[in-house]
Design a protein around this ligand. Structure first.
Ligand SMILES: Nc1ncnc2c1ncn2[C@@H]1O[C@H](COP(=O)(O)OP(=O)(O)O)[C@@H](O)[C@H]1O
Ligand SMILES: NC(=O)OP(=O)(O)O
Length: 314
């Protein structure tokens, strides 16, 4: 039987193309990434794709706010749904093309996915998820004053707006994803899923937050009994002392080592910490399985054990 793999694509990594953060620049990165995903599919893996949306949803919110004199601003959850739509569309288009090139006629489909979060999740009081563009410290201070945004430094790359990032609890469309699994490559839980709160009468209500797609991908991997959780971002390996002269890249981490490095503060919240924590959760749930963190362009080599950081139980 072929192995199942959930592949998570970083929202920032998808915007890592040179030049302006345009849809065209993202499409170019998605196109290249999909060549790798098609190659993985060609090696016999069953795949689902999850993607991030931090930069994208941040810009959609900004555009919506900026257009307030022309049309009413969109609620935050709707902006999240819009980001799922356009990133999913890019992946669908590029992945289908890459699969066709290798004569693999597999349908590719995006499922608009809602994710149940808890209304009393402490994350609502402690925003950590960076979204939108990067700013200088002075610009960040100005935005805090003018717009009331909460701004934080993001992994040495500049300041960004941070928003609440509650934990994903339940994938609303999981039955549809499971039904589709044998027939298509499913793009699901985009941007971590559209955050919704379940009301006592059973209705769902969108809420203003951005769920971490690493945790969403992990939850999906558990639900579909995936063999591998693969998290693709901008760096080839997870590092200790990241961006410092004594930076040390890691080939392999055990669960116990990962816990120690987390405790020592090597991984910032909202960027590398959720990836490592999601990987830890996966191998804790499935001690025989593995999680891999690497860059978009190294996915194939990492699966072959040639690069990336592999996290296992022992
Ligand atoms: N210890 C670390 N090891 C590797 N990268 C790190 C580390 N700490 C912070 N980073 C940064 O975190 C980034 C990944 O987080 P982020 O950009 O939020 O991910 P995504 O691509 O999923 O949106 C890396 O590209 C790197 O710049
Ligand atoms: N939603 C989410 O996790 O986005 P990023 O991958 O951009 O951080």
């Amino acid at each position: 039987m072929s192995e199942k793999i959930v592949i998570a694509l970083g929202g920032n990594a998808l915007q890592s193309g040179k030049g302006e953060p345009t849809a065209e620049a993202q499409l170019a990165v998605v196109r290249k990434t999909c060549e790798h995903i098609a190659e993985i599919s060609g090696s016999g893996y069953e795949i689902a794709v999850v993607h991030g949306n931090g930069p994208q949803v941040g810009r959609i919110v900004m555009a919506s706010e900026a257009a307030k004199d022309v049309t009413p601003p969109m609620p935050f959850d709707v902006c999240g749904a819009m980001s799922q739509g356009y990133i999913g569309y890019h992946i669908q288009q590029c992945l289908k093309y890459a699969l066709n090139k290798t004569n693999r006629n597999i349908p590719v489909v995006t499922v608009a996915t809602q994710m149940i979060v808890e209304a009393n999740d402490p994350a609502f009081k402690n925003p950590t998820k960076p979204i939108g563009p990067f700013y200088s410290e002075a610009e960040a201070k100005q935005l805090e004053k003018e717009k009331g945004y909460i701004m934080r430094e993001d992994s040495g790359r500049g300041y960004r707006r941070v928003v609440a990032s509650p934990l994903p609890r339940k994938i609303v469309e999981i039955d549809a994803v499971k039904e589709l699994w044998d027939h298509a490559i499913v793009i699901t839980c985009g941007g971590g899923g559209i955050p919704v709160i379940e009301k006592p009468n059973g209705t769902l209500e969108g809420t203003a937050a951005v769920i971490d797609k690493d945790f969403a991908a992990e939850l999906l991997a558990e639900q579909v009994d995936a063999d591998i959780l693969m998290i693709l971002t901008e760096v080839e390996k997870v590092a200790l002392n990241f961006n410092k002269p004594n930076q040390q890249e890691l080939d392999h981490i055990s669960l116990a080592e990962a816990a120690e490095y987390v405790e020592e503060g090597h991984f910032p919240p909202g960027s590398m910490l959720p990836k490592v924590e999601a990987a830890m959760k996966f191998v804790r749930a499935f001690p025989q399985k593995r999680a891999i963190i690497t860059s978009l362009d190294k996915a194939v080599e990492a699966l072959e054990g040639k690069t990336g950081t592999v996290l296992t139980f022992n």
